[in-house]
Design a protein around this ligand. Structure first.
Ligand code: AMP
Ligand code: ZN
Length: 113
């Protein structure tokens, strides 16, 4: 499958990993928009937020747990951060493998783009 994030999961495309377990991978965004910009993804290829189903409830909860842990490790838990999911064209999604952006380390602008 021609999915850049699946290739990162497989290891055929390199990444700067910050977390990995059997289900979830987190790595630095290649074009950081903030001092901390980490992508948290399920290893399974779920294209968009619209494809998340009840069977993914535990996985989604774990992704948020991992996000909290990484925010603490990166030292931005108290200063603050943003978790972003872009869904489909109007949401600005470019990579169609579900991911959360963890952004922090500076004062972020308004949510609305
Ligand atoms: P989105 O617009 O939510 O689909 O964001 C996709 C993100 O993936 C962008 O912030 C890109 O900079 C990032 N990205 C694309 N390719 C790579 C890569 N090979 N390694 C790390 N981040 C990437
Ligand atoms: Zn994928």
């Amino acid at each position: 499958m021609d999915c850049i994030f699946c290739k990162i999961v497989e290891g055929s495309v390199p990444s700067r990993k910050v977390f990995e377990n059997e289900r979830i991978l987190a790595f630095h965004d290649i074009q950081p928009a903030a001092p901390v910009h980490i992508l948290i993804i399920p290893k399974a290829h779920i294209p968009t937020m619209n494809d998340v189903a009840a069977e993914h409830d535990a996985l989604m909860a774990e992704i948020f747990t991992v996000a909290r842990q990484i925010a603490a490790e990166q030292g931005i838990a108290e200063s603050g951060y943003r978790l972003v999911n872009n869904c489909n064209a109007d949401g600005g999604q470019v990579v169609y493998h579900l991911h959360l952006h963890l952004l922090g380390g500076r004062k972020l602008g308004a949510v609305t783009g």
